[in-house]
Structure formats: C-alpha cells, structure tokens
Design a protein around this ligand. Structure first.
Ligand code: RFL
Ligand code: PHB
Length: 395
C-alpha cells in the first residue's frame, strides 16, 4: 500500500540531538522540515550518552529559547580534575580560557527539551519509520521514502539532512567511490554505570591508573555517571554492580576511594572507542551532520558538541539559501564543518592516548604518559591548550 505523498523543504533523517536541533533551528528561520526516526520516542530518550555541553551548544539552545530547565538543573563547571600517580590535579578551565565554562546536563535531557519544543511547535516527527531510503540526492528531485505501519510513504524535498548516527542509512546511501573515510579503532572500551548516588566530587575526575582509565562524571547532585576502561571482549553479564564499584574504587585516589558512595545501577553498558571521519559531508542535496559523518572517543566529551556545531553551519547555510538566495554557505558547509571536526578528532584522540592504558603501553610508554600529564598541569600554555579544546573551539 502507498500513502499520500507529501512535500517539505528539508527532510531530516534521525531524531537524535543533531536532527532535533537542526529541525528546531530551521523552524525558527521559517524553513519547513519533517524528521524521520527509526525508533520510538522512549527508545531514543532511554539512551544514556553524553553529559558535557560546550558553551556553543548551550548558546544554540538559548537562541531557541529552550534553556529554562537547562539553567535550572544544569551544573556549570569551572574545572576538571586529572588524577595520575595517585594525586588529583585541577585544571581551572575558566581561568585558563578567560572565563569559559562547560555545563553538565545529560544528552537525554537535551533530547527531551528539543522533542518537547518540537511537539509544542506542532512539527512533524515520524517515529518508527522503517526502511528509510534516500533517492536522487545527486539529481534534481530528491526524495525520501519510508514504511510506517506497512504503508510506504514518499517525501519530496529540496534537501536531505542525514542526522542518523554512525549506523544510519544516509552515509551508507552514498556511492563508496564518492566518500573517503579515516578510522582509528582503540583496543579497549568503556564500561559505564549510572546510579542515583551523589557524585564522588563536585567536578569531573579523569583518571590515568596502571589498571586503566576511569572517569567520575555526574548528571545532577544526586545522580552519578562512572566509567572504567575495559577490554573489548568484556561481557556486561560478568560485571555485577559490586565488581564495578570495586574496580572503580581501585583506580581512584585514597580520598575519593573512601568517600565514593555506591548504590544499585540504573544502567550499565559497554561502549567501544573509535575515531572516524567521512569526507566530504555533502553529496549534492544530501548533507551529513553529527555522528553520521564522524565519531570521536568520549574522552574529550566532544561527540554531541560536534553534532551541534555541524548543525550550526548547516542551519545557517540553509537560512542563507532560502532568505538570501545564496548557495555560498551550502557550498562551504563541508569544508567549514570538517575544519572544526578534525580539531575535535585530534583532541579526543590525544586525551584518549594520554589517559588510557594500551595493551602495548610498556615502561617507556608509561613514562611518556606521566611526563605528558606532568607537563599539562605545570605548563600554563599546555594547561590553556587542554582547557581551550575542552570548553570547545569557537565557531
Ligand atoms: P545519534 O544520537 O546517534 O542519533 C541518530 C538518530 O538516528 C536514528 N537512525 C535512523 N532513523 C531513521 N532511519 C534510519 N535508517 C536510522 N538510523 C539511525 C537513530 O535511532 C538515532 O535516534 O546521533 P547524533 O544526533 O549525531 O548525536 C550524536 C551524539 O549522540 C553522540 O555524538 C554523543 O552521544 C557522543 N558522546 C558524548 N558526546 C559529548 O559531546 N559529550 C559527552 O560527554 C559524550 N559522552 C558519548 C558519550 C557517547 C557515548 N557512547 C555510548 C558512544 C559517552 C558515551 C558512552
Ligand atoms: C558523561 O558524563 O557521560 C561523560 C562526561 C565526560 C566525558 C565523557 C562522558 O568525557
């Protein structure tokens, strides 16, 4: 069966942060859009992911007027701590960057705020959209087809925004010879646990320990998010909560180990770490944004924020196209976005290399890591470089 065909200006694939933010920004510029999402709303909201927002990301949400909850519940952080050799060292982000900070506010909450705003504006999101397929984005009549409740629908559009993450259909629809990919797979993953326990420390702790990396993060003064580096073949069933807490505690400094409050997990999962970039980010009328185009390991807290900067460039370009009849922004999109993407890829790779134990980290490698960490905390220039990247490069 075939449903009624519709038309929109921009068909957006994916209702993650990239797709939802793009949809809302386009709407604010008077540009009509439809979002197609493979999963249902609750599934999307249940994914526990990022926790740290750059000021640029917050600024975009502010521009949309959807920061009431973020300003009430988000935690502004002026610094992070690096733990190595059994001692914690504070990086004063605010001082090192001339006043910049980050905001701890879960991706789940950003997604919920964007979904609520979209619903309030009466914009169309098709959840449970199966078999999404992209057509003629290299030609003159781009279209997106999908199946919903057994009925095939077609959307005619001016542009397609591929915001469907790393396993989505958008990038996969581009002929292999038109795309160049760059990848680094790391030989470990992160085992994460979410719990309703107070955070062990008011600021994030990034730990380099002979047993492997650990991260103490949070979602609120009552909810903590912790990670430990684990082998790629670890199985989640083998990690009882008690085992996780013991492992985390063993990688912390004495004070943190003693004050760590443990409790039952709300969520526990293993994520492999990977750097990946696909170039270019534009193919005719198809534009990729967010994880659809690139992946970074979470060590630098950059994934969600990169999705937001891509969407900034893309939404500005589309606004110029419709309001000023100029294609200049669309033509520059891929180059502009990739320039910022690669800097975040570099930073995330560097943080990952400095903080983790690699299978081939020998005594020499461990000494180099220790020297690098010592340099980072004692050289104001190195401190400033880490801080500048952590709070987010301008765009
Ligand atoms: P998403 O969030 O993956 O959303 C893509 C959406 O597209 C849908 N989809 C499809 N829809 C229709 N048809 C298809 N064929 C489709 N295929 C897929 C999916 O269901 C989904 O809803 O990508 P987006 O929007 O680009 O957002 C990217 C971010 O989610 C990601 O970069 C971050 O979560 C990465 N990340 C972090 N980023 C940060 O900025 N700060 C952090 O602190 C941070 N921590 C993390 C992270 C990612 C992690 N994991 C699990 C990889 C911590 C972890 C552990
Ligand atoms: C998180 O809170 O999930 C988080 C925070 C910082 C990171 C990665 C993940 O670098």
């Amino acid at each position: 069966m075939k449903g009624q065909d519709v038309r929109t200006q921009v068909a957006i694939i994916g209702a993650g942060p990239a797709g939802l933010l793009l949809g809302q920004l386009l709407h604010s510029y008077g540009i009509d859009n439809i979002i197609l999402e493979r999963k249902d709303r609750d599934y999307v909201l249940a994914r526990i992911r990022a926790g740290v927002l750059e000021q640029g990301t917050v600024a975009q949400l502010e521009q949309l007027g959807i920061t009431a909850r973020l300003h009430q519940e988000g935690l502004v952080h002026d610094g992070i701590e690096l733990l190595f050799g059994g001692t914690r060292h504070r990086i004063d982000l605010k001082q090192a960057t001339g006043g910049k900070t980050v905001t701890v506010y879960g991706q789940t909450e950003v997604t919920r705020d964007l979904m609520d705003a979209r619903q309030a504006a009466g914009l169309v999101t098709v959840y449970d959209a199966d078999s999404v397929s992209l057509h003629d984005f290299g030609g003159v009549s781009p279209r997106v087809c999908y199946v919903k409740d057994g009925i095939t629908h077609e959307i005619a559009c001016d542009f397609i925004a591929g915001c469907d993450g790393s396993h989505g259909v958008s990038r996969a629809s581009v002929p292999a010879q038109s795309i160049q990919t760059y990848e680094r797979v790391y030989p470990f993953g992160w085992l994460g646990l979410l719990s309703d326990t107070p955070p062990v420390s008011p600021e994030l702790i990034y730990a380099n320990h002979p047993k492997g990396f650990a991260l103490c993060s949070m979602r609120s003064p009552r909810r903590s998010r912790y990670y430990v580096q684990c082998a790629l073949d670890e199985r989640i069933e083998n990690w009882s909560d008690d085992r996780f807490w013991d492992e985390l505690r063993s990688r912390l400094d004495e004070e943190a180990a003693e004050t760590l409050v443990t409790g039952p997990s709300l969520e526990k999962s293993i994520a492999p770490l990977r750097s990946f970039v696909a170039e270019p980010m534009r193919f005719g009328t198809l534009f990729l944004a967010g994880d659809a185009a690139h992946i970074v390991p979470p060590t630098g807290a950059k994934g969600l924020n990169l999705a937001a900067s891509d969407v900034h460039y893309l939404s500005q370009a589309l606004r110029e196209f419709y309001a000023d009849k100029s294609s200049a922004g669309l033509d520059a999109y891929s180059t502009r976005a990739l320039a910022r993407v690669w800097k975040a890829v570099r930073f995330s790779w560097w943080m990952t290399s400095m903080m983790h134990r690699f299978p081939d980290t020998d005594a020499f490698g461990a000494k180099i890591q220790a020297a690098e960490l010592d340099y980072v905390i004692h050289s104001p220039i190195a401190t400033a470089s880490l801080a500048e990247n952590y709070v987010g490069l301008p765009y």
